[in-house]
Write a protein that binds this ligand. Sequence first.
Ligand code: LLP
Length: 437
Amino acid sequence: MVDNSCGTFLFNFYIKRGIGMNKKIVPFTEKQIRDMIKQYPTPFHIYDEKAIVQNVRKLIKAFAWAPSFKEYFAVKATPNPYIMRVLQNEGVGADCSSLAELILCEKVGITGKDIVFSSNDTPKIEYQKAMEMGALINLDDISMIAYLEEMGPLPDAICVRYNPGPLLQEGNAIIGKPEEAKYGLTREQIFAAFQELQQKGVSHFGLHTMVVSNELNVSGLIHTAKMMFELAVEVKEKLSIAVDFIDFGGGIGLPYRPEESFVDYDELSAGIKRYFEEIMRPHGLDKVKLAFECGRAITGPYGYLVTTAIHHKHIWKEYIGVDACMANLMRPGMYGAYHHITVLGKETQPLDHVYDVTGSLCENCDKFAIDRALPKIDEGDILVIHDTGAHGHSMGFNYNGKLRSAELLWHEDGTVTCIRRAETVDDLFATLDFSQL
Ligand code: LLP
């Protein structure tokens, strides 16, 4: 168990957790949350450790058939060392995209080939660190081969990221259509890159792609795997290179809305296995290691932003002002993303009021919900915003001088650990030197 200056304290809880379902059940009671608030004022994000562990075990179990299957948690989703440690204990690696994420791995003790470095537009210093740590580098462009060489001998194993462009008529709002997306190499470039890498002494090759984000359609995810298997076969046939590693990136979606369903890992795995047997095995590629770099699917549903209603405003519309703002969760403002809201203690009350739930930024998009049917909200009510366990706290920022919140980890034994304290105004001003005024 972790501990730090924020301290720990005990809760007993009896509420069944809705893992695998999508009932948008809050796994703690109002009393438990109000007790927490005495020590950790709202807003804060709280993560359910047991649910995260059960979920990642389920994913790994579903792919038990695949040779050396590995999940590399996308650190950008929830860059907190305590969450990373929980996942590390389950055999999960890390997908990093920046220097800071690599350093976090180093602090947690995730090193070497337990890291995939899937970056883009990468500064030298970041590649240097990735090479120093022995991470598997995933190149986002063919020109990165020469760039990497400037830093020393190429690693023995290199992965390249494929962008199928117009060859794949899919994609979605977050990543964009493949041909509009800035990531990866074209098909031709994949072959040229492998040839060049081979000539330069690289002997182990990986293929990576990520063409969708937040994808709930299992057949779309399976189709991506099929596309990658076909590419691996073509690489073998044309270049006599047998890739060692295929990484499907992240992108497994979340049912943010109650009417949506979770991606069924068993169904996903069975679909991928079918194509693996059909496409890879006949070409002697049945030892290829398969991997995902999921972030959202791993921690997303098991994080909650807890905030207090502080104002009610009645003008042309009804507004509930809360003490969290877009600095704590920018997905609704940035993508118009839906995040379910539960008003604690009012779970069974009729949803007979329609509100915009807002934060305090001087930005009209700082709204957690627009025209949302909710029970009558009174000042002091606690609102729980669901599915903030990934791309939640991590996307925070400080516009209007707003501070980023604490993160709490809720353990199976009922204890809570503050795994990141809330920012203070001093943190915000730490880069200013007022003495030079
Ligand atoms: N691997 C790579 C190379 C990525 O770029 C990403 C996410 C992931 C893995 C993890 O994807 P996930 O499984 O978490 O969807 N801020 C957006 C998501 C941006 C995704 C960026 N890349 C959001 O809040 O929806």
